[in-house]
Design a protein around this ligand. Structure first.
Ligand code: ADP
Ligand code: MG
Length: 282
């Protein structure tokens, strides 16, 4: 479960402080598919990055299944992200020097999975790229690259899936197929899924729509009959064992796959800070 309380994010720009998030609070029950919508610049990507532990908020709380992640060290966050979070970017963020198969296998290998290549093959088959295993990102269309990115994000069976405008760089037909794929994988995996989009037709297909304006939530609508926190609070979404590695004992030998760098390994470790593809989500 995701629990966000009074989240504030301020950044310094041009000599003055800019408030990007101004006291955002919401809960997401396990397994829920929620979309976050709002105009460009309203703080959607910032919020998603905070949920992934990519940034530290100025103030406020983010609890993932009861664990306060805002106090974790970078090493603890990196461990957590690799194990529990899948992240899909608008601009794909594949590693250009790795094939499709290697891109999908990498987070599995970083997690020490024994059959990384086999699972990566299966995942690529699932997203309809069985014939593209050996292709490099530049040899793939935008839609195909995003399907590789989706396969990678799901590779470690993340409890929490975060997607930032996953259809933003796709034409509408390809975007529709991407949405169908994401929704099907969400149903199959039961991950908690937070989807940032400004595509209203996409948002309408989710269980709940949270609207951000200028760093504040201005509406939070549940589709009729979908789970709310109260109906889910007793369910266990399985993130509870994060303590086994998330705190303290992951130490110096933990393989941090470059969250702050540019090598882009795991679902979320895909060059957020490096942004070598020059496409800023908006
Ligand atoms: P959205 O994803 O909704 O378009 P963002 O979260 O990317 O919005 O950005 C929210 C606001 O924060 C925008 O006004 C943006 O210009 C500003 N912003 C984002 N990142 C930075 C940064 N690193 N430094 C200064 N301002 C930033
Ligand atoms: Mg954005």
């Amino acid at each position: 479960m995701i629990r966000v309380a009074n989240l504030t994010m301020q950044l310094r720009g041009g000599g003055h402080v800019v408030s990007i998030l101004k006291g955002v609070s919401f809960d997401v029950p396990p397994g829920q598919l929620v979309s976050i919508v709002g105009p460009s610049g309203s703080g959607k990507s910032t919020l998603l990055g905070l949920l992934a532990g990519l940034d530290i908020p100025t103030a406020g709380s983010i609890q993932l299944n009861g664990h306060e992640i805002t106090t974790w060290t970078e090493s603890q966050l990196a461990h957590f992200r690799r194990q529990y979070i899948g992240y899909i970017f608008q601009s794909f963020h594949l590693i250009p020097t790795l094939t499709a198969l290697e891109n999908v296998a990498l987070p599995l290998e970083l997690n020490g999975a024994a059959s990384a290549q086999t699972r990566a093959r299966e995942l690529l088959d699932t997203v309809g790229l069985g014939h593209r295993h050996g292709h490099y990102p530049t040899q793939l269309s935008g839609g195909e690259q995003q399907r590789v990115a989706v396969a990678r994000a799901f590779s470690c069976r993340p409890r929490i899936l975060l997607a930032d405008e996953p259809t933003g760089n796709l034409d509408s037909a390809t975007g529709q197929r991407m949405i169908d794929l994401l929704l099907a994988l969400h149903r199959e995996h039961g991950s908690t899924f937070v989807l940032v989009t400004h595509d209203a037709t996409l948002a309408d297909r989710t269980e709940r729509i949270i609207t951000l304006h200028d760093g504040m939530i201005t509406s939070d609508q549940h589709a009729p009959g979908t789970p709310t926190l109260d109906s889910c609070v007793r369910r266990n979404d399985g993130v509870g064992d994060v303590d086994s590695g998330g705190r303290g004992d992951d130490g110096g030998d933990d393989v941090d796959s470059g969250m702050r760098g540019d090598d882009g390994g795991g679902g979320v470790d895909s060059g957020v800070r490096g942004d070598d593809q020059g496409v800023r989500n908006s």
